[in-house]
Design a protein around this ligand. Structure first.
Ligand code: HAM
Length: 421
């Protein structure tokens, strides 16, 4: 009988892995506590209408990726494909705004999207995220981006990630820009791919997001949304940038960043990591001032982000591998065992001077030792043979370009210091 296997795009988290999950979870919880964010847990499934109304019917998530079914009473239910909508629903339903004018919430949990599985893309995956309700001011964006930055710092990922920032302006700005963009694209419709053609009708801004190289070239001449900002859109975005600069959080403006969910307005951002390959978005978020109103409650501004936990862990594991790999500066090759005392002594001197030095304790052939030296990633090999023993020297071989030099044994440290300074 065939064994039953887990469903495509889902994964078990085994004990060895779950240690890493717990470690990441404690970084998230500690950081959220420092910024005054409290945990919220919402159900795994919701009324389908929640996602239709908030994420948007024309988005990839809603139109293609949701796990939706009809319950026995006829209600349409959906496994949550994201959490902002669920948290917004709970905020309204539980009148959290009435309890405090500012609500800072965070969550950790599983989500479901029927995407094509690949590295960093699953059908059941996990996010941690935060949502801040109540402030329409740019310092709120600054706060949440700073929180994301702290988590990246604590996870050691700050140098492997890049923050891309954009403002998609307020609603009026987007309406004007949409018209201008359509006008620009219309003469080129015959060159567009099928998905972009469809987006031209439903959500033309998403065309800016295209991965198609020809379309990217075409869009180079497209109007820029920044030319359509109102004064207040402009000032808001300038303040966000200014606050980030004062906190020394590096960012790059990317005017093509529009995000794939309908509820965003003004600031949007993404942290990406090169180590992740095609699925390089680690964190995504932005402002969504219209969302609460769209869901039928009193207009309340909001801003938040979510990060893929699996992607975080992939990036952290890659980093671990890179950093833990022992790479010596010098690999000693001793051809005759009589030379061992000399090697051991020079190696120790080098180590005392801060260099990483190793030798081959297996007394293998010169060829085998040289092979090992190359494999070790060392930049230099120091080779001691009979000739060198006779004239108190040692061969200094640069393993990058294979050049070599004879150096007096008493001069090795000096020689090395000069080379590396
Ligand atoms: P999102 O960009 O759809 O935004 O997802 C956020 C993050 O979840 C991505 O950057 C990625 O790391 C991870 N992610 C998304 N899909 C998958 C997948 N299939 N497999 C693995 N990881 C995935 C949102 O979900 C918004 N709710 C974020 C937000 C919160 N905006 C405001 N507040």
């Amino acid at each position: 009988m065939n064994h039953i296997k887990s469903i495509k795009g889902t994964h078990d988290i085994l004990p060895e892995e779950s240690r890493k999950w717990q470690n990441l979870e404690s970084i998230i919880k500690d950081t959220c506590a420092k910024f005054g964010y409290q945990e919220i847990r919402t159900p795994i499934f919701e009324d389908t209408n929640l996602f239709l109304r908030s994420v948007g019917e024309e988005t990839d998530i809603v139109s293609k990726e949701m796990y939706t079914w009809e319950d026995k009473d006829g209600t349409s239910l959906t496994l949550r494909p994201e959490l902002t909508a669920s948290v917004a629903r709970s905020y309204i339903q539980n009148n959290l705004g009435g309890k405090s004018p500012i609500q800072r919430l965070y969550y950790i949990g599983p989500l479901f999207r029927r995407e094509r599985p690949q590295k960093g893309r699953q059908r059941q995956f996990h996010q941690f995220g935060i949502e801040a309700f109540g402030s329409s001011h740019p310092e709120q964006e600054a706060e949440i981006i700073a929180l994301a930055w702290h988590i990246l710092l604590k996870s050691g990922l700050e140098n492997n990630t890049k923050l891309y920032l954009n403002s998609i302006g307020s609603k009026d700005c987007r309406i004007k820009y949409r018209d201008a963009l359509k006008k620009f694209i219309r003469p080129h419709l015959n060159k567009l791919s099928k998905p972009s053609l469809q987006r031209f009708e439903t959500n033309p801004l998403r065309i800016l997001d295209t991965k198609n190289k020809d379309e990217q070239m075409l869009l180079k001449g497209a109007p820029k949304i920044s030319n359509y900002y109102s004064n207040s859109d402009f000032e808001h975005f300038e303040s966000v940038k200014h606050f980030l600069e004062t906190m020394h959080i590096p960012y790059t403006i990317n005017s093509a960043l529009v995000r794939g969910l309908d509820y965003y307005t003004k600031t949007v951002f993404e942290f990406t990591s090169e180590t992740l390959g095609a699925q390089n978005a680690l964190i995504g978020g932005g402002r969504y001032d219209g969302l609460i109103e769209t869901l039928g409650a009193k207009s309340t501004p909001g801003v938040g982000f979510a990060a893929g936990m699996e992607r975080f862990l992939i990036a952290m594991t890659d980093l671990d591998k890179k950093e833990n790999r022992f790479k010596p500066d010098i690999y000693f090759i001793c051809i005759d065992e009589k030379g061992l005392p000399i090697i051991l002594q020079i190696a120790n001197q080098l180590r005392s001077n801060g260099y990483k030095a190793i030798f081959d304790p297996l007394r293998r052939s010169m060829k085998a030792q040289l092979r090992e030296a190359n494999k070790s990633g060392a930049r230099y090999a120091l080779i001691l043979g009979e000739n060198e023993m006779n004239n108190d020297s040692i061969i200094f071989k640069d393993l990058n370009d294979s050049t070599q030099k004879n150096v007096l044994q008493t001069n090795v440290i000096n020689f090395f210091d000069n080379l590396t300074n």
